[in-house]
Ligand binder design. Structure first.
Ligand code: PGA
Length: 255
């Protein structure tokens, strides 16, 4: 794992943008995450597109997950969130027909999961990841299979509480089910770029970087991936035992 620990979220976001623009192969498939964590990164990509330094024109983008049963025009439907952030010449150049999200409105969600898994094979070039305070990546909650493929997931109470801020602070409005790439699907990406900011992520990041691989902390599966970059701020790195060591390594690579 390559681990960057930035003083602030803003500086971490700038590092993540640089890593993405250096390492994502234009024209290939980019795995995109939702939640609040990557929003600053998407802003940087829009700025870089406006400056003519980067484009998702000719590339495709694949979402990690989608709520089941959310209204088609709901602003928190992940397809809509990602379209708002990324699609169009005035954003990143990504075309709407090149944005792929699991079909949370399908009559047969299990079939929709299988179709998505087929669409994403053989894996994206670079997958952007956030992490839940309970250690989920995508919506792979604690206790799920470490070898899962795209499937129907049930959100934990913790995740629904965390996400209530996007739903008028009303947990009852947060969907209970989702379609999510499985952990094995995520592990099929050639490169992974995980961002985590804030104290709320500190325990999950302690587990992901220094804990044992365990289905109870799903993000720990990343220890088995050969090409992971993790970008943290000081708060999210607050529980790491070897933070100074990771910083020294990062600095030696980035002189
Ligand atoms: P957040 O969510 O970026 O809004 O904290 C991350 C996640 O749940 O994966």
């Amino acid at each position: 794992m390559r681990i960057a620990i930035a003083p602030t979220e803003a500086e971490g976001t700038a590092i993540a943008a640089r890593v993405l623009m250096e390492r994502f192969e234009q024209g290939k498939a980019l795995g995109v995450a939702t939640g609040s964590t990557p929003l600053g990164l998407y802003e940087k990509l829009r700025e870089a597109h406006a400056a003519g330094e980067f484009t998702l024109s000719g590339s495709s983008a694949y979402a990690l997950d989608e709520y089941i049963g959310i209204d088609a025009d709901h602003p928190e439907r992940y397809r809509n969130v990602l379209a708002t952030e990324l699609v169009g010449e005035d954003k990143t150049g990504l075309k709407d027909e090149d944005l792929y999200t699991p079909d949370g409105l399908a009559d047969d969600p299990a079939q929709a999961a299988a179709d998505y898994e087929e669409a994403i094979a053989p894996g994206v070039d670079l997958q952007i990841l956030g992490i839940g305070s309970d250690g989920h990546i995508g919506f792979n909650e604690p206790g799920g299979s470490l070898a899962s493929r795209t499937h129907i997931g049930v959100l934990t109470e913790q995740t629904r509480t965390d996400n209530a801020r996007f739903f008028d602070n009303d947990i009852d409005k947060v969907p209970t089910h989702c379609l999510t790439q499985g952990l094995a699907t995520i592990m099929g990406a050639k490169k992974l770029l995980l961002l985590a900011f804030g104290e709320k992520k500190a325990e999950a990041m302690k587990q992901v970087i220094e804990g044992p691989v365990s289905a109870f902390w799903p993000g720990t599966i990343l220890q088995h991936h050969p090409d992971v970059t993790i970008v943290l701020d000081e708060a999210a790195a607050g529980k790491l035992q070897l933070a100074d060591y990771y910083k020294a390594i990062w600095d030696s690579w980035n002189k």
